[in-house]
Design a protein around this ligand. Structure first.
Ligand SMILES: Nc1ncnc2c1ncn2[C@@H]1O[C@H](COP(=O)(O)OP(=O)(O)OP(=O)(O)O)[C@@H](O)[C@H]1O
Ligand SMILES: [Mg+2]
Length: 355
């Protein structure tokens, strides 16, 4: 069953740019079970998923490790062929016409780069210019704009292997956009970035979406990426789509909690702060109180400040895994995440001419 939220802009009468209907991907995995013994196991990485994304939407695609997010994105780009179901991006079947589609989509895999490792950044862009047959004037215009927006000018002459993670990510995002794609798939674009770089990438994506109308599908484990960028989220778990709607609705469905961390003057018994908050941890003079995310922290803080020797405090937002876990498993029992390392796809760049 798909829990449905109330994203005002979820599809509706707008043109469906991405259409996914009963999409499936099954992997046959051989596992060693003993000396000369192997067992064939089927992994349903994507299990009958259906959704549509309208042109210009910015949608978060989230879920625990091994849920099937990257597999979905690889099918959307044509890197992987679905085992079943129907899939269209801009009216194109990605696995059949990967080359034609490549001109209209951009992909960023945060975990690996599409740039040439040993070459200076600018050389990768020059190669893409030729690979995608971008008209010279448009290439130059786009390059100038991306270099400015992503602050790349000092990095263009630097070999990719010498770039920091955040610099490389900005370089990758520019590479994905040189050919003016209509849709951008981002698979964990902020992974491992510091706070400043994250903010910069988010700001850039917001501008791209509002000013150019680029459709964006964003996979992330960072709830703030979603909060700041996406009005609609889709949650996938064990290959199934379990939620599609507004982020606020996800919080409600999962009754997520925030945490108030208080530092008292000294070690004290757990504070009593009313019905809505409960102490979940005590460590010396520091105590952690969980309270509903929908509730303001102000009355709670006021009450504790009035009754206890309060020295300092902070409020922590729920992380994405906690929100999803609460939605999926309200009683608190969380099954183990899927194991297994993600194997390399044949190629990462859906480059024209090589498929
Ligand atoms: N090429 C492959 N061969 C076999 N199994 C695979 C392959 N690719 C993915 N899987 C399996 O499919 C499932 C979904 O993997 P996928 O990479 O799509 O998850 P994910 O949601 O992107 O997870 P993460 O958050 O860890 O990136 C996992 O069980 C994974 O081990
Ligand atoms: Mg992944």
């Amino acid at each position: 069953m798909i829990v449905s939220g109330s994203a005002a802009d979820a599809g509706g009468a707008q043109e469906a740019f991405i259409e996914v209907d009963g999409l499936e991907k099954v992997f046959d995995v051989r596992r060693r079970t003993g000396f000369l013994k192997r067992e064939l196991r089927r992994v349903r990485a994507v299990d009958a998923i259906s959704f549509t994304v309208a042109r210009g939407e910015m949608v978060g695609y989230i879920g625990p490790n091994g849920a099937g997010k990257s597999t979905t994105i690889k099918m959307l780009t044509g890197i992987l062929t679905p085992s079943g179901g129907r899939l269209r991006v801009a009216g194109i079947d990605p696995s059949r016409e990967r080359t034609r589609l490549a001109h209209r989509i951009g992909v960023v895999f945060g975990q690996r780069t599409t740039l040439w490792w040993d070459l200076p950044l600018i050389d990768s862009y020059r190669l893409m210019h030729r690979m995608y047959r971008i008209p010279d004037a448009r290439y130059r215009e786009n390059l100038d704009r991306l270099v400015e927006l992503l602050d790349l000018s000092a990095l263009l002459a630097v070999p990719v292997r010498q770039l920091s993670l955040g610099q490389r990510m900005r370089g990758d995002i520019a590479a994905a956009l040189l050919h003016d794609p209509e849709v951008l798939y981002l698979d964990e674009p902020t992974i491992g970035l510091d706070v400043v770089s994250k903010a910069r990438v988010r700001e850039f994506l917001r501008e791209l979406n509002t000013e150019r109308g680029t459709t964006v599908l964003l996979t992330t484990h960072d709830l703030q990426d979603i909060e700041q960028l996406c009005s609609r989220v889709m949650v996938i778990d064990h290959g199934r789509l379990v939620y599609d709607g507004a982020l606020a609705g996800l919080h409600e469905a999962g009754e997520s909690e925030r945490t108030l961390v208080v530092d008292l003057e000294r070690e004290l018994p757990p504070v009593e702060a009313g019905e809505s908050a409960r102490v979940v941890k005590v460590e010396g003079p520091r105590q952690w109180l969980a309270f509903p995310a929908s509730m303001s922290a102000a009355p709670l803080v006021a009450r504790i400040a009035a009754e206890y020797p309060l020295v300092d405090l902070s409020v922590r937002e729920p992380d994405i895994e906690a929100v999803i876990a609460r939605m999926l498993y309200p009683s608190g029992e969380t099954p183990a995440p899927r194991s297994g390392r993600e194997p390399e796809p044949e190629t990462v760049v859906p480059a024209p001419g090589n498929s």
